[in-house]
Design a binder for this molecule. Structure first.
Ligand code: CP
Ligand code: NVA
Length: 307
């Protein structure tokens, strides 16, 4: 079997590879804005397997594949044999003989890793309980687009140490920036689950205001991620004081950006005045999922394309 590259977690790529991806993202985005056709993936097919709900991930991959000249097929657990217990290994064998690339949104990271081990084609993580690499790919591109290099900067993560947080922490190791994390007691970072090499690139703060102070970017996510709905009430109580509000953005400073992977709950993890305010770049962040993932699809299928 030929060597196949997958994108299962953020640290799967080097900083140099990300720099290539960001250059391609910029190029692809500019062409797209000028309505210039770019069809390098003509006759290629992406299979998208969703075991959890999605708006942005499905739309950006499906539209992105179409815009690159290829096709995308949507499969959900509900209406495929995966929902009836077909082994992941068997599904990987079959799907990867019919399609050129696969994107999966599922529960445990272990499931996508098993799929990738049995796949003949590249596999992309479209979110697991542990990681969301495509999100942070777009987020870092967005930061660079707005403010320049992220190395040496400080990102404040306020809230749950979830899949998106873990991915920010991996990104900090790749790009050499710092993360100030503030979670309620009992929801702290688990370095092993986050897949970190060490603890040098993040610091934990009991007080979210302290975490935000002087940060270049403040970011958060829902208090209850998909798959954890049974904990909703307990989480609502535990996270009450972890809302990113106007005072927190003031502590960060006037040049700080605000990001949220979306969907957001105004009045819970973020105040409406922040997400709808002048420091928020959430719509650019969401749009950049499209452009960055097109660069990712190009890279995984065609290697390093030079303009
Ligand atoms: N941010 C994100 O992944 O959104 P969806 O759940 O809508 O795909
Ligand atoms: N942490 C959230 C992200 C949604 C895009 C979840 O896993 O539900």
């Amino acid at each position: 079997m030929p060597l196949v590259r997958h994108y299962l977690q953020f640290k799967d790529f080097t900083r140099a590879e990300y720099e290539h991806l960001f250059a391609r993202t910029r190029w692809i985005k500019e062409r797209f804005k000028r309505y210039e056709r770019y069809w390098p993936l003509e006759d290629r097919t992406l299979a998208m397997i969703f075991e959890k709900q999605s708006t942005r991930t499905r739309l950006s991959f499906e539209a992105g594949m179409h815009q690159l000249g290829g096709a995308a097929i949507f499969l959900s657990t509900r209406d495929s044999q995966l929902g009836r217990g077909e082994p992941v290994e068997d599904a990987a064998q079959v799907i990867s003989r019919m399609c050129d690339i696969v994107m999966i949104r599922t529960f445990e990271q272990e499931v996508i890793e098993r799929f990738a081990r049995h796949s003949r084609v590249p596999v992309i993580n479209g979110l697991t309980n542990e990681y969301h690499p495509c999100q942070i790919l777009a987020d870092i591109y967005t930061y660079i687009e707005q403010r320049g290099a992220i190395a040496g900067r400080t990102v404040a993560w306020i809230g749950d140490s979830n899949n998106v947080c873990n991915t920010w922490l991996q990104a900090a190791e790749v790009f050499d920036f710092n993360v100030h994390v503030s979670t309620p007691p009992g929801y702290e970072v688990e370095p092993e689950r986050a897949g970190l090499y060490g603890t040098d690139h993040y610091e934990e703060f009991a007080d979210p205001m302290q975490a935000a102070r002087g940060a270049d970017l403040v970011t958060t996510d829902v208090w209850t991620s998909m798959g954890f709905e049974a904990e909703n009430e307990a989480r609502r109580r535990a996270f009450e004081d972890w809302q990113v509000d106007a005072d927190m953005m003031k502590a960060a400073g006037p040049d700080a950006l605000f990001m949220h992977c979306l969907p957001a709950h105004r009045g819970e993890e973020v105040a409406a005045a922040v997400i709808d305010g002048p420091q928020s770049v959430v719509w650019d962040e969401a749009e950049n999922r499209l452009h960055a993932q097109k660069a990712l699809l190009e890279f995984l299928l065609l290697g390093k394309v030079e303009p």
